[in-house]
Design a protein around this ligand. Structure first.
Ligand code: CMP
Length: 138
């Protein structure tokens, strides 16, 4: 048991064939998969999901990147899930990410950074509900 966070393996990670390795690192770090799917975001989906960044100079590029191919969306459960998952993925910029973190291993750049992790319990719930119905969360 524990609480929940939401993640996406972003299009670059899926394109490079890293789904298996990343899910392996996540589960071996103590997270239980409560929901999981391969899906693709539409332009509307990405604009809504990243609305908080809409005034940023990289918003257009971010929407293009996040819609260019399939992603893996998942809900993860663990004690202290949000904070522990952000430690596991590492800093937004892989150049600043700690050794052994998912972004250090799998991310190419600050913009194509392989993986998303919710930044609060409240956003985890909103983001999980954006991608999954109640009956698809276990
Ligand atoms: P994340 O922090 O998960 O959510 C916002 C995303 O915007 C971030 O991951 C990157 O994919 C992207 N991003 C953040 N900062 C930049 C930047 N300076 N330039 C381009 N993309 C960025």
């Amino acid at each position: 048991s524990g609480n929940r966070t939401f993640t996406m393996l972003k299009p670059d990670a899926v394109e490079k064939g890293h789904i298996g390795a990343i899910l392996q690192q996540i589960t071996s770090s103590g997270f239980r998969i409560a929901a999981l799917k391969l899906t693709q975001m539409t332009e509307d989906d990405a604009k809504t999901f990243y609305e908080i960044h809409k005034e940023r100079p990289f918003y257009g590029e971010l929407v293009e990147y996040m819609t260019r191919g399939p992603i893996v969306a998942a809900v993860l459960e663990k004690e202290n899930a949000v904070e522990d998952f952000r430690s596991l993925i590492g800093a937004t910029n892989p150049e600043d990410a700690a050794e052994g973190t998912i972004r250090k291993k799998f991310a190419a750049s600050i913009s194509e950074n392989a993986i998303h992790g919710s930044d609060s319990d409240e956003n985890a719930e909103i983001e999980a509900a954006f991608h999954f119905s109640g009956r698809d969360q276990f």
